[in-house]
Write a protein that binds this ligand. Structure first.
Ligand SMILES: Cc1ncc(C[n+]2csc(CCOP(=O)(O)OP(=O)(O)O)c2C)c(N)n1
Ligand SMILES: [Mg+2]
Length: 293
């Protein structure tokens, strides 16, 4: 299994992950860049320092399970899978293309390393809870099930049924993480249907609650250290994030929930991330599988 990557290397990698997301959605001329940018930092820390998975043996029984309940953030999952060696870099430019396994919402039957097919909001969290209960029944003591949720997704009623069930069954091998970016498809979550006070809500459901700035690497790492300490309760980390974080011109604008950047916008975002600004040249590089650096 891959050793934990030093935090500074993960920070560098998160820039490349954001570039992968831009390239996929630009090449497809569709898709969702906003959520992937808000979750990139904390999911990079999870995937490169904590998640016990093996690309050589994707079905390894004792592996951790990662479920992207907010399946529209698939471009981020595909980037993580490519950078952990599950899928080739060249496949990223086939994102959302007809016939490609990398569809807009992840399909567990088509993509190595995808644990649950998601995209209908509210679906992944109960599936993840079922996986965690199943691991306990099968006496797979080391298995952890880690599920990423959107804050808009928390408006789905089934999320709270799952929260109630996990507390009741003491599903202590379940870790949920909320991408708390206060943005959803039609605007700000606080305007559309407020989910606050979120920490109090989960606490009242008898969950262990951890809160962290989802763009501060030390805070993210410390949140995971706490979350993986034994506790009889299920755990949730509320990661405070900003939609499109990392590309300041576009930050905190819910308009980027589900719209690719055009050529000129790509140039601005790529420059802000510290890369060459030619999006079309970049797509060609990825097509050749040249995406490592
Ligand atoms: C059941 C269901 N209803 C509606 C949608 C359409 N939809 C996709 S993403 C989204 C907003 C989700 O907001 P959030 O979870 O905060 O994601 P973010 O915008 O932060 O990426 C909606 C309404 C869906 N995928 N599934
Ligand atoms: Mg959101």
């Amino acid at each position: 299994m891959q050793p934990a990557l030093p935090l500074n290397d993960v920070r560098r990698l998160a820039r490349l992950i954001r570039r992968d997301v831009l390239v996929q959605t630009y090449a497809a001329n569709s898709g969702h860049p906003g959520g992937p940018f808000s979750a990139a930092d904390y999911l990079a820390v999870l995937w490169f320092r904590h998640l016990r998975i093996d690309p050589q043996n994707p079905q390894w029984r004792e592996r951790d399970r990662f479920v992207l309940s907010n399946g529209h953030c698939s471009a981020l999952l595909y980037s993580l899978l490519a950078r952990r060696g599950f899928i080739p870099f060249s496949s990223l430019v086939t994102f959302r293309a007809t016939g490609s396994p990398l569809q807009g919402h992840p399909n567990r039957l088509k993509v190595s390393g995808v644990e649950a097919s998601t995209g209908s909001l509210g679906q992944g969290f109960p599936v993840a809870h079922g996986m965690a209960l199943g691991a306990k029944l099968a006496k797979l003591e080391s298995v952890r099930v880690i599920c990423n949720l959107g804050d808009g997704e928390l408006q789905e009623g089934i999320m709270w049924e799952t929260a109630m069930a996990a507390a009741h069954y003491r599903t202590d091998n379940l870790l949920a993480m909320v991408d708390f970016n206060n943005a959803q498809i039609d605007g700000y979550v606080s305007d559309i249907m407020e989910v606050e006070p979120l920490a109090d809500k989960f606490r009242s459901f008898r969950w262990r609650v951890i809160e962290a700035n989802g763009h501060d690497y030390e805070a993210i790492e410390s949140a995971y250290q706490q979350a993986f300490m034994p506790d009889p309760r299920p755990t949730v980390i509320l990661f405070r994030t900003r939609m499109m974080a990392g590309a300041p011109t576009f930050e905190n604008d819910p308009g980027w929930h589900g719209k690719p950047l055009n050529r000129d916008q790509m140039a601005v975002a790529l420059r802000e991330l510290g890369f060459d600004s030619d999006a079309d040249a970049l797509v060609e590089r990825y097509r050749r599988g040249d995406a490592e650096a």
